[in-house]
Design a protein around this ligand. Structure first.
Ligand code: NI
Length: 205
């Protein structure tokens, strides 16, 4: 990945830079980005959202394509996380990017994720792309360490703090068929459910 800052460093020997094959004049350095499928987001009320997903076994080229489409769909919906059930697929995989696409290195794929360590507590407001227009305060760990596989099936561990820890927990909940509503008080949950029911009757959900 080319970094503009390295070109402005004076006196840096060329040998110190990563070796990039010279690009012939007029050639396109990188293939243009492939158009992505933007999936509609499944909304609350669809039973898909309340079903646990099975362990993911097939890490193939189709999955890698799906993951890129999930990122594109998440950015289009302006979310920071998206789980496969939210696009109608019962697969144990989610994507997270708390920078909303500003930093490609912040793209995190969580296949078969497991929280292996958590610490602290934080109560913050959160929402969900599948429950648009509603938010609620949810108590989550302040720090979590997750062990997961990437889109190629390689295992890794990642530690998240604050919003990232919250996003990990929220997406892992989705893979277990749990929505943030289930973490709210019964009173608050019922209030949101009643409002959604009304919206549905009006054909607005
Ligand atoms: Ni959600």
């Amino acid at each position: 990945m080319a970094d503009k800052s390295t070109t402005s460093k004076r006196g840096t020997p060329a040998e110190a830079e990563p070796q990039v094959p010279p690009t012939p004049a007029g050639a396109v350095a990188e293939a243009p980005a492939k158009p992505r499928k933007i999936y509609p987001i499944v909304k609350y009320g669809d039973p898909m959202l309340e079903k646990s997903t099975p362990h993911l076994k097939d890490f193939d080229a189709d999955l890698e394509e799906l993951v890129e489409d999930m990122f594109a769909s998440m950015y289009a919906a302006q979310g920071v996380g998206l789980a496969a059930p939210q696009i109608g697929k019962s697969l144990r995989i989610a994507v997270v990017d708390v920078t909303s696409g500003k930093n490609s290195e912040a793209k995190i794929v969580l296949a078969n994720p497991e929280v292996i360590h958590f610490e602290g507590e934080k109560r913050e407001e959160e929402g969900c792309l599948s429950i648009p227009g509603f938010r609620g305060y949810v108590l989550r760990p302040q720090f979590v360490t997750v062990r997961a596989q990437n889109a190629k099936g390689d295992f890794f561990e990642i530690r998240g703090e604050d919003l990232l820890a919250r996003a990990f927990c929220h997406e892992i909940d989705h893979l277990n068929g749990i929505l943030f509503l289930q973490h709210l008080s019964m009173l608050k949950r019922d209030l949101i459910r009643r409002k959604i029911k009304k919206l549905r009757k009006q054909g607005e959900w």
